[in-house]
Design a protein around this ligand. Structure first.
Ligand SMILES: *Cc1c(COP(=O)(O)O)cnc(C)c1O
Length: 387
């Protein structure tokens, strides 16, 4: 999307590549790294990010939906593309036509794919899928009690090939809980192998697992059946650690900077108010800067009177309510502030930095949500410099 409003998200190629290399090292030479670019690359822009990762050697990509998968197929004709949320009726033909790889677990996933595959005349075992096992998320995945029945669906002449066994850890920062999930994954894998199947990959572990360097149990499981491990990393690729901050997270570099500029300035007297509901009242003669960014751009309204941004390398507090398209900053303590000055919502200016984790902390959420919330109407611009 293009806009003539002075607002943009800069996406640093260099930082994205840096994080990719850190994660590639953490995965090691024997495991595969799947880069998760769902939700428009966590708000960073699929079109800008995916080709950079592909050129750096990423072979596997994870997306939410078939729409995203089809967009990605156009950008990266050679990539393997995992549709993490399965598929919905009407998407099965596109899945086959575009050589996508859905995560599957519901019988209807298999029904849809079998029918589409027979319409295309695919041979037995010609279409790869990743079978998800529910080891405790209770969201996606076959429950262990249903596994035997679903495995029968993969026998010849089924067009489906069980390429990978997949699960998702919900508390990767908690080794006890993860060990229980790993135990269930191992049980499921045993039944799959005992059923005569030879999955080529075991897919488990997101950014949190990789940053914990908690790689052993699943990697050993994969090795024991002659399969490779595949990690699926999202948030760390974009420079953030999930939830807590292990020491390894310090090496990650935030990829997105969010910038606007001062479009007008005004002075108000002591006692004057600003914004909807007059929640800001000047306690002194005050200088306010107007910014063309609001909650419709993804700036949380919860930051009203709480958030801050960088102007001339200093923190300036948000004054009053964040409006739909506009926000005011109190720049009384930055007398040099002028119309046209760059304002940083996320990123670095001078020696100061504001991260998505800072905004998440102020609004009671996680960096994932802050990044995904940057609205589609904010243009993503690829830049070479780090943030
Ligand atoms: C989003 C997602 C990931 C990536 O998680 P991060 O915490 O961002 O690394 C991995 N696997 C699945 C199934 C996901 O949905």
């Amino acid at each position: 999307m293009t806009t003539t409003r002075p607002i943009r998200a800069e996406i640093s190629r260099e930082s994205l590549l840096h994080n990719y290399r850190v994660l590639q090292d953490a995965a090691g030479p024997l495991a595969e790294l799947l880069v998760v670019v769902k939700a428009d690359a966590y708000g960073h822009g699929l079109a800008g990010c995916a080709p950079v990762l592909h050129a750096a050697g990423a072979r596997w990509f994870g997306v939410t939906s078939m729409e995203e998968a089809v967009r990605l197929r156009r950008l990266c004709p050679q990539a393997r593309i995992l549709a993490l949320s399965g598929l919905w009726p009407g998407e099965e033909d596109a899945a086959i036509e575009h050589r996508l790889t859905p995560a599957v677990w519901e019988p209807y996933h298999l029904d849809l794919l079998e029918k589409a595959a027979s319409r295309c005349g695919l041979a037995a075992g010609a279409f790869a899928v990743h079978l998800e096992i529910d080891t405790g998320m209770s969201r996606q995945g076959v429950q262990l009690r249903d596994l035997a029945a679903i495995l029968e669906r993969f026998r010849a002449p089924s067009p489906l090939h069980l390429e990978a066994v997949m699960t998702h850890f919900h508390s990767a920062d908690n080794p006890q809980i993860t060990a229980e999930q790993e135990r269930l994954l191992a049980l499921a894998t045993e039944s799959i192998v005992a059923g005569g199947f030879r999955p080529e990959m075991i897919s488990a572990g997101s950014s949190a697992s990789m940053l914990q360097q908690d790689t052993v149990a699943v990697t050993d499981l994969a090795t024991s059946i002659g399969a490779r491990r595949i990690f699926r990393a999202g948030i760390a690729l974009y420079g953030y650690a999930p939830g807590y901050a292990p020491p390894q997270a310090a090496v990650l570099r935030p990829v997105l900077s969010w910038k606007t500029c001062i479009t007008a300035l005004r002075a108000i007297d002591t006692g004057a108010t600003a914004g909807y509901d007059a929640t800001f009242r000047a306690a002194r003669p005050t200088r306010l800067a107007l910014l063309p960014v609001g909650y419709a751009d993804g700036l949380s309204r919860l930051l009203s009177n709480r958030g801050f941004m960088l102007v001339r390398g200093q923190h300036a507090p948000i004054a009053g309510r964040v409006s739909m398209d506009q926000t005011l900053l109190d720049v009384t303590d930055i007398p040099e502030a002028a119309v046209g000055d760059e304002v940083v919502l996320i990123g670095r200016q001078g020696n100061e930095t504001i991260t998505a984790a800072d905004l998440a902390h102020l609004t009671g959420t996680i960096p994932y949500e802050i990044l995904c919330d940057v609205a589609a109407r904010v243009p993503r611009i690829m830049v070479d410099e780090p943030c």
